[in-house]
Design a binder for this molecule. Structure first.
Ligand code: NAP
Length: 293
């Protein structure tokens, strides 16, 4: 049995992957990399091996990866520095003798600098390249957008102002629940047949929905009339700037809105469904859990 290490295991995705692994294999086969061991007490009590380390700290990674066969590398949160951080992880993994890295990349189409999601996609593309060139076995899980981010894009006060305001046009997104992506990650990690080796796999929902459809779904769930408005980027920027939203956030929302509008996230490959062996949670089911009574 391969020994698996999951990074980011005190975050949402890595924690869920580790929990699925615990359901499917013995704890002795699982290690996790965490920055703060105090946050991993629960896993420790279940017999999971805890390694403390940071993507910035080569020595800590080398120590953590000793004896590991497969690594689940959760993409970092420090967007400006994660190309270098993730390269550190790949180099340390190779040096420590890790055989296979499963990396959580992003679903995308446009790989040029003109891509509206270049600000996040570039570091994923760089990591994909470094991993491919490392000579290690790789699996590139190109995650679509989490259904879990819909409430953030729809706005915290959605049920007060009843309007979704995002420059996403009529573009569709194949949202999938993060929990399903985590389960798929665990299945990939536990596969011993090699069928996921050296593959790019788009992990997204089985249906793509527009923000107009999302507004209709939330209206149905809540009984309120929720309207979707897609402003021009100039109007969106002006409105949010006037409301005091920092430029960095405006850029982030604009990038994802434009990305959706240009169809960056609308591919439904059925890969997630096939890996899970069941239908993934739909957007309507997911939002029912958020906005339903
Ligand atoms: P999350 O809850 O913020 O978890 C990120 C994890 O990465 C945390 O455990 C964090 O450690 C760890 N981490 C960050 N920098 C690190 C470093 N320098 N060294 C070691 N560990 C580090 O995010 P998530 O929801 O699980 O999502 C996982 C990743 O997917 C995110 O990091 C982001 O890249 C990406 N993402 C994708 C979507 C999508 O819609 N597809 C949405 C949001 C994020 P701590 O627990 O110590 O903070």
């Amino acid at each position: 049995m391969s020994k698996i290490l999951v990074t980011g295991a005190t975050g949402h995705l890595g924690k869920a992957v580790t929990e699925f692994l615990l359901q499917k294999t013995d704890a002795e086969n699982i290690s996790i990399l965490v920055r703060d061991a105090a946050k991993a007490e629960d896993f420790k009590s279940k017999g999971v091996e805890i390694a403390v380390g940071d993507y910035n700290d080569h020595a800590s990674l080398l120590q953590a990866f000793k004896g590991i066969d497969k690594l689940y590398l959760v993409s970092g949160t420090d967007i400006a520095n994660r190309s270098a951080q993730q390269e550190n992880v790949i180099k340390a993994a190779k040096e420590a003798g890790v055989k296979h890295i499963v990396y959580t990349s992003v679903q995308h189409k446009n790989e040029s600098e003109n891509s509206p999601i270049a600000m996040i996609a570039n570091s994923h593309l760089y990591t994909e390249k470094v991993l491919k060139e490392s000579g290690l076995t790789y699996t590139l899980l190109q995650h679509g957008l989490y259904a879990d981010v819909i409430p953030m894009f729809a706005g915290e006060k959605l049920l007060e102002n009843k309007t979704i305001y995002l420059p996403a046009g009529e573009g569709k997104t194949a949202f999938a629940a993060r929990i399903d992506m985590a389960e798929a990650g665990a299945v990939v990690l536990l596969d011993e047949t090699g069928k996921f080796d050296n593959k790019y796999i788009e992990i997204a929902g089985s249906e793509a929905v527009s923000w107009n459809q999302i507004a209709a779904i939330i209206s149905k769930i809540t009984g309120e009339t929720i309207t979707y408005v897609s402003p021009s980027v100039a109007d969106f920027t002006a409105t949010l700037t006037q409301a005091g939203v920092p430029a960095e956030y405006i850029g982030f929302f604009t990038g994802f809105g434009q990305g959706a509008s240009e169809g960056e996230f609308d591919t439904t490959t059925g890969e997630l469904e096939s890996i899970l062996g069941r239908k993934p949670v739909t957007v309507e089911e997911y939002l029912g859990g958020v906005y339903g009574v």
